[in-house]
Design a protein around this ligand. Structure first.
Ligand code: CA
Ligand code: CA
Ligand code: CA
Length: 265
């Protein structure tokens, strides 16, 4: 009886200890496809968007679990029968308004062409199906801090802003990393963020810093909403940078060869 109550007491203490320790540990650690930036787990890589409509039903739920846990590899996605979309054309299996985009998933993996030709609504749905979301403008700014922006591009390790003249694989530019460990926030593809704002007038203002494009002046409220796009693309040159901002159309016009996104959770 005495021994039993001792065990009971120890168990209670241990349980109490676990209950205190577990939430703290869980909050500090992000899945391996992301890094912690303040309270958010930001995807390390620009999104590749995968179409799971071709994956057999018996493999799909396991694959979606892996995607949500940040452990789905390119090999596993291909082996299950998933098809990457937006690699070289606008071949998404759903509409530009995103309303029927229930089979596309945003994944953060290195060494693949990030998906482009995607609208804001499609990007948002792909992120949400993966248990993620688009970054707010402020979160994107914070995550990008410290990414080198010398205005030049050596074609190998610097951010992809001019030399290649085309999109390059995610994470392939080893110096193009923010102080938190997020890749390609300067150049490669412009990135949708969550925020909607009035349409800019089309004139660009003086750069805030580092010659970064600042095309959000003279809002034209009559033209309605656009979403912000950040960071510049593979042809931006000095216009690229962590302060680069333009407005992107929410219709099909906002789906282009120079724009992608990254997700967070
Ligand atoms: Ca489209
Ligand atoms: Ca980028
Ligand atoms: Ca710049």
């Amino acid at each position: 009886m005495k021994t039993r109550s001792k065990i009971g007491l120890l168990g209670a203490l241990f349980g109490f200890h676990l209950a205190l320790a577990t939430p703290v540990a869980a909050a500090a650690k992000c899945p391996s496809d992301a890094v912690r930036v303040g309270p958010v787990c930001v995807d390390k890589f620009e999104a590749s968007v995968w179409d799971l409509s071709t994956v057999p039903a018996n493999k799909k739920s396991n694959l979606i679990k892996k995607i949500k846990a940040g452990t789905a590899t390119e090999v596993a996605l291909l082996a299950a029968g998933a098809v990457q979309r937006g690699v070289s054309s606008d071949d998404y299996p759903c509409g530009d308004d995103g309303n029927d985009c229930d089979e596309i998933f945003a994944v953060s993996i290195s060494g693949v062409t990030p998906s482009h030709f995607i609208t804001w609504s499609q990007a948002q749905q792909a992120a949400m199906s993966s248990g993620k979301r688009l970054l707010t403008n402020a979160e994107w700014q914070g995550a990008a801090a410290g990414t080198p922006d010398p205005g030049t591009d050596n074609g190998t390790t610097d951010c992809n802003i001019s030399a290649a003249g085309a999109v390059v694989d995610t994470g392939s530019r080893s110096n193009c990393v923010s102080r938190f460990g997020v890749f390609d926030m300067v150049g490669n593809l412009f990135e949708w963020v969550a925020d909607w704002v009035p349409t800019p007038s089309g004139t660009c203002a003086t750069a805030l810093f580092d010659a970064d494009i600042n095309c959000f002046s003279g809002t034209t409220q009559a033209a309605g909403a656009v979403a912000l796009i950040r960071g510049g693309f593979f042809g931006s040159g000095t216009d690229a940078g962590v302060f680069a901002v333009i407005g992107g159309s929410l219709t099909s016009a906002g789906s282009s060869s120079i724009g992608g996104f990254r997700a967070a959770r």
